[in-house]
Each structure stands twice: as C-alpha cells, then as structure tokens.
Design a protein around this ligand. Structure first.
Ligand code: NAI
Length: 463
C-alpha cells in the first residue's frame, strides 16, 4: 500500500475539493484524486468560471456598442479583440485553479495526480499505486449528453467546452437545447455579433423553472436578437470544411427542414461521469440514468463508498455539490451534516439574470398546495430605472394559510444576487411578512424583493 488516508475523494471539482477541505478541517488525513492538470473540475476549468468571464466581457462589449449612448457616454470605434478576451478568461481560470491548489496546501490535502479507480472498499489505485482509505467519496461530476446523428468534434460541432474556446465569432451559431448552457453561451456569442438560433424540443425554454418567467425571458432574449425554434428536434448534423448542415423536424413529426450554421453548440443536458472507476466490478448501484444511488447520508450500497454532486441525483449545480461535500465530511466526522434541498437556488447568467429558489407555481398546483403570490416589476424600482435595467420582476410564493415563503422566481438585473435573501429567509422558515418588514436600503434592487413580499399581502407601496 503506497499511503494510507482517512478519506480519499475522487474528483477535485466543487463537490470533491470542498469535501476534501472540510474533512481536513475536521482533522482527517485526506487525499483528493484528480486527473486533469489543474484542480477545480468542470466548474473552474471549462464551466462556470470561464463562461462567467466571457459573459462579463461580452456584456461590456455589448454595453459599449449599444447601451452607453443612452447614458450620454459617446464612444466610437468599438472593436472586439477576441484573442484578448479569451486570454483574460484563461487568466481568470488560472487564478481560480491555483487558488484551490493553495487551499489544498494550506489544509494539508494531498493531491493524487491521475485517474482514480476503486479496486475494493478501502483501496484506490492512482497512476499504478494503490492507496488505502477508510472512506472513499465519488465526486467525478458529469459530461455533456451526446445526441445521435450530431457528432461532436469540438471545432464545428461543439459542447460547452468548445463553445468557450472559439477563436472567431461564428456568423451563425445554432444551439441545440434551450436550457441553461444554450442560453448563457448563446448570449455570449450573440453579444459578440453572431446570429444565434436556439432549437428547443419543448414548447418553452428552461424547463423546470417558472413558466411565466421562462416566457418573459424568451421575449427579452428575442429582443436581443436570439431566434427561437421551439417544439423542434435536430435529427442530424454534418460538418464540412465551411460549416454544418442540420436537419430539423417538428417535435410532433412532419416535414424536415435544413439549416446551415458555422458552428453548432450541443447543449441538451449532462450525464454522470463514472466510467473507469470500477463501479460495475464492485457492484455499486446506479440508476437508469447512470447516477450513483445513495441514501440520505450519501452512502452507496457498498460500505465505505460514498458519492456526491453531479454523479448522484438532484440538480447538477456546483453549489449543490459543495453543500453535499461539506455535509458528507461532517457526517464522516460524526457530526450532523445536512443539505436542505428545498432551498438550493439556481441562477442563469443571461442579462437580465434568472434566479429561483424553492417551489414553482406549477409544482405547488400539482401538489395541491394553496398559495398566495406577490409580484413586483423592476420598472417600478428606482435603482433599476437609474441603472437602465428595468426588464423583469420578482415573484414570491407563500403558503396561503401560514404565509411561509415557499419559493421565489426572479428575472432581472443581478437576480442571482437577489435570490440569496429569499434562500436565507427559507432556511429560517420566514413568512412573506418577515421579508416585507425587514428594512431594505434605498435605493437598491433588493427593494423589489421587499415589495414583492409586501405584494403577497396585497400591500405593495410603489405600484
Ligand atoms: P438543461 O437541462 O438546462 O437544458 C437542456 C435543454 O435541451 C432542455 O430545454 C431540453 O428540453 C432540451 N433538449 C433535450 N433534448 C433535445 C433535443 N434532442 N433537441 C432539442 N432540444 C433538446 O441542460 P444544459 O443547458 O445542457 O445544462 C446542463 C447542466 O449544467 C444543467 O443541469 C445545468 O443546471 C448545469 N449548468 C448550470 C449553469 C448555472 O447554474 N448557471 C450553467 C451551465 C450549466
């Protein structure tokens, strides 16, 4: 046995690295296995962080090109230096992944470099060496889901990985899937000048999120120049030297049409990444979608082997994985680690942003829960007006009898930041009145949340 640890975590994404750090804080001897040349997983290397860098940069470009004149700021000759934009993105990623390496050193977490394979409970092989561990955590994340007839080459037909690396702005980008990745990266390339067509199988965007919010988001993004083809499916894509030819059919069946694109982004979801871990050989149970099956304490059916993050059930979100990593480390240390899945926010970083926490109206109706709704638009918020960002609204849903906040749905400027207040309120079991009676600074965007909470009782002040 090369070395012996209390805990070996396989995968150094937000779930795995956070689990490793928390376990080390709690006094365990910890190693984290990572095969990528840098720590941080999909999120830091090819996901959340680089996409947010490009979203930020492209928004600046779009502002300089179209929005500043309204503020009386006249700029001319705005030009795009895509190579610099991409280099900045790489710098941002570099600083973040080095940060995780620093945190590992600080917390004395050993980085085992290479791909990990579980040989038996308590044994992990990495780069030809076998290490012992009391506990093993699978935190290997997810990969993009392939689509039959659409062969990804990461040049012409790309996943989010290739879409973050384009060296030229495509004339026409076709996005398959009107979900989170499709709308965020579609926005980036639209702002930089591409014609963008989003093909979505369902009759709406961002399925699973509030329907009213999805409808308004569609309108706002259409105004920004994105074209949507809903109720449509791509049945094939062929790349050639110049671009890609796609065949698109109505989802319900019917005549196919042909579309031409310079680049195609495939973004129809992600699936757990568990290949090569030895799970089948060990008999670790996985469900029909390939997710590792765990109990409420993240334990698999094999003693000593646990799993968290995108590899298990639940929303594929970095912060959900982090919460699970912390909870599991605490459970392994004999503490009462716990994740409240009812208060996990989700955010889409378009502009305006989309953010939600808790139940949607559709879910409450399906469950037969009586609820009240409070809504407030950003057009009636002084700060939003001063910023020139008045699209969207805050909607708060509260129990009809108890007034307890059950969910919130926001489309608007900095929605991702605003939702934190409601997540906190829900953690504390707050009522809409609790939120409404909390003093909110003026003039802030947060006042929209307060007004929506007031509106639950029909007493918004500014509308
Ligand atoms: P998604 O599940 O958000 O959206 C996929 C979309 O593709 C859905 O609207 C679905 O109806 C549609 N679709 C499925 N098959 C199709 C087909 N054959 N033709 C046309 N449309 C089809 O998945 P996405 O955008 O790929 O994101 C993957 C995961 O990554 C998600 O779980 C998401 O939560 C996560 N993510 C989160 C981000 C954030 O929190 N801001 C950013 C990026 C990704």
């Amino acid at each position: 046995m090369a070395e012996s640890f209390d805990l070996i975590v396989i995968g150094a994404g937000p779930g795995g690295y956070v689990c490793a750090i928390r376990a080390a804080q709690l006094g365990m001897k910890v190693a984290c296995v990572e095969k990528r040349a840098t720590l941080g997983g999909t999120c830091l290397n090819i996901g959340c962080i680089p996409s947010k860098a490009l979203l930020q940069s492209s928004e600046r470009f779009s502002e300089a090109s179209h929005k500043l004149a309204e503020h009386g700021v006249l700029v001319s000759g705005v030009q795009l230096d895509l190579a610099r934009m991409q280099a900045r993105k790489a710098e941002v990623v570099g600083a973040n992944v080095k940060g995780v390496e620093f945190l590992f050193r600080k917390n004395k977490v050993t980085w085992l470099k290479g791909a990990g394979k579980i040989l038996a409970p308590g044994q992990v092989e990495v780069a030809g060496e076998v290490h012992a561990a009391k506990h093993i955590v699978i935190a290997t994340g997810s990969d993009s889901t392939p689509l039959a007839g659409v062969p990804v080459d990461e040049r012409r037909i790309v996943t989010s990985t290739g879409a973050l690396e384009l060296e030229r702005v495509p004339r026409h980008l076709v996005v398959i899937g009107g979900g989170v990745i499709g709308l965020e990266l579609g926005s980036v390339w639209r702002r930089l000048g591409a014609e963008v067509t989003v093909i979505e199988y369902l009759d709406r965007l961002i399925p699973g999120m509030d329907a009213e919010l999805a409808k308004q988001l569609e309108r706002v993004l259409a105004r920004q120049g994105l074209t949507f083809k809903l109720k449509s499916k791509v049945t094939g894509a062929t790349a050639d030297a110049e671009g890609v030819t796609l065949t698109v059919e109505p989802a319900a069946g019917g005549a196919a049409e042909t579309l031409r694109a310079d680049t195609v982004l495939l973004a129809i979801g992600r699936r757990p990444h568990t290949e090569g871990l030895g799970l089948v050989e060990l008999g670790v149970a996985q469900d029909a979608r390939g997710r590792v099956v765990t109990d409420a304490h993240f334990a698999t059916n094999i003693p000593g082997i646990f799993a968290i993050g995108d590899a298990i059930a639940g929303p594929m979100l970095a912060h959900k994985a982090e919460e699970e990593g912390v909870a599991l480390a605490e459970l392994l240390a004999g503490q009462a680690g716990h994740v409240n899945y009812g208060a996990v926010p989700s955010v889409i970083y378009t502009w305006p942003e989309v953010a939600a926490v808790g139940a949607t109206e559709e879910e409450l109706k399906a469950a037969g829960t009586a609820y009240k709704t409070g809504k407030f638009p950003f057009t009636a918020n002084g700060r939003a007006r001063a910023m020139g960002d008045v699209d969207g609204f805050v909607k708060i849903l509260a129990d009809a009898k108890t007034d307890r906040v059950l969910g919130a749905h926001i489309l608007g400027p900095d929605a991702g930041t605003l939702i934190a207040e409601i997540a906190l309120a829900m953690e504390f079991g707050a009522s809409a009145e609790d939120v409404a009676r909390t003093c909110h600074a003026h003039p802030t965007l947060n006042e929209t949340v307060k007004e929506a909470a007031l509106a639950v009782a029909g007493r918004a002040l500014h509308i």
